[in-house]
Design a protein around this ligand. Sequence first.
Ligand SMILES: Cc1ncc(COP(=O)(O)O)c(C=O)c1O
Length: 490
Amino acid sequence: MGGSLGRSTVTVTGRQVSRARIAEIAAREEESYRGRTRRSAELFERAGRSLPLGVASSFQVYDPYPLFMTDARGSRIWDADGNEYIDFDMAFGVLAAGHSHPKLAAALQRRVANGTCYTFPVEDGVELAEEIKARFGADLVRFSNSGTEATMDAIRVARGYTGREKVVKMEGGYHGHHDDVLVSIQPPRDAMGPVESPRTVPASAGIPRSRLEETVIAPFNEPEMLEGILDAHRGEIAAIIVEPVQFNIGVVPPKEGYLQRLRELADQHGIVLIFDEVKTGVVLAWGGAYEHYGVQPDLFCLAKSIGGGIPIGAFGGRREVMLAIETLEGTPAFRADAAGTGIERSTIPGGATRVAHLGTFNGNPLSMAAGLVTLKEILTKDVYPRLHTLADRLTAGSQAVLDEFGLPGYAINVGPKGCVMFTPERVTNYRNFIGLDADLWAAGFFYLANRGILLPPGPDDQWTLSVQHSESEIDRHVEVFREFARELTA
Ligand SMILES: Cc1ncc(COP(=O)(O)O)c(C=O)c1O
């Protein structure tokens, strides 16, 4: 967090914010953070003796130490020192329903008292699948336990269905922590290669070189470049996986016509188009990005918000593709081999006849109950107009502050998710995200946190509004942001 960009001033609309002033405020605010959150510091120190990096997921750690939380209700969250925050992080976008929505809490209490895991199917799972099908125009759905599992499984289905092995992923996109997609997340400038054919850069040690060869990287929002990449790999690509809005680099919407062009290119090349709707699904709209942009993928992945705060994942889509879980007969993979030999059988190594999709906790009664109440009773069709209005209010308020004080950046939201991008130019893909002013962002994060406004702890994430946020909380957020801007430019 807060790496120096090595510039001495930031100039926008004729005003200047000195690096020294940013550093001064950042240091003062970090000091104040340390003073208010001593219990978190103690817990972090203790955690470091049992957990690598002191956390359960490496995303949770940031300098100087993360807040440890104890309670949350509605739009509010409390840390281990009892400090209260209006939560705009909402668990990295999980909580469009807000914390512990009373309807969810009641449903879970009933469920907990009656068994939380059977590994036998339950009716709630059927009803939840029906609800997801209705929202996403899908034929078939399967459940998993996280977004990572959903994208991993969807990719395997696409590979089984097509009989091909390579996957196209956009530079700067995040689709979870399995080997195929844990590449080129935020690659260093000197490793990323030319924009028209980016290199596949592992985002972790431990990913075998052989895996890297299977993931082809393309720049987001550049359909002509993608065309060149697909031509260079003709007949090899099983799937294109893409977030309809790139949310791993702030908020980067698709350019006009981009998603439609992806649909056309996938069709031309016989590729399975996968929309990763882990962040967009049931948040941007009742039917996620599919409804918001009107483009239908072959497969989509869900997680986060659909469970209202309980671990869950799902993927689904077109019957013909999803049926690869039952049999490969009739799929392009099956036909490809038939053309060569006249013998109809799978081309899949080992002669597999279907795609395996497994998991002890898939469709467990607890997450099915959570999903059902979240989708059927909380994130209902009528809540979305208000969510959009609240989000537009936060964006407009933040933009007014940026304009008033001439700060280098712009406010943006797509539906209930948004952020301030501290860079004057509009970001269209990872390459122009790199110039974002991380120092300015970090100073703002601590300034706001110290005054009860909690944002996600990273310039690459964004705020998410829930059905439990209020207008006055939005206005409080803008007010504190204005104080920050005033002090910065004083
Ligand atoms: C777009 C997207 N896809 C997939 C994932 C992975 O989900 P999970 O963390 O539940 O495995 C994330 C997580 O942040 C995500 O943002």
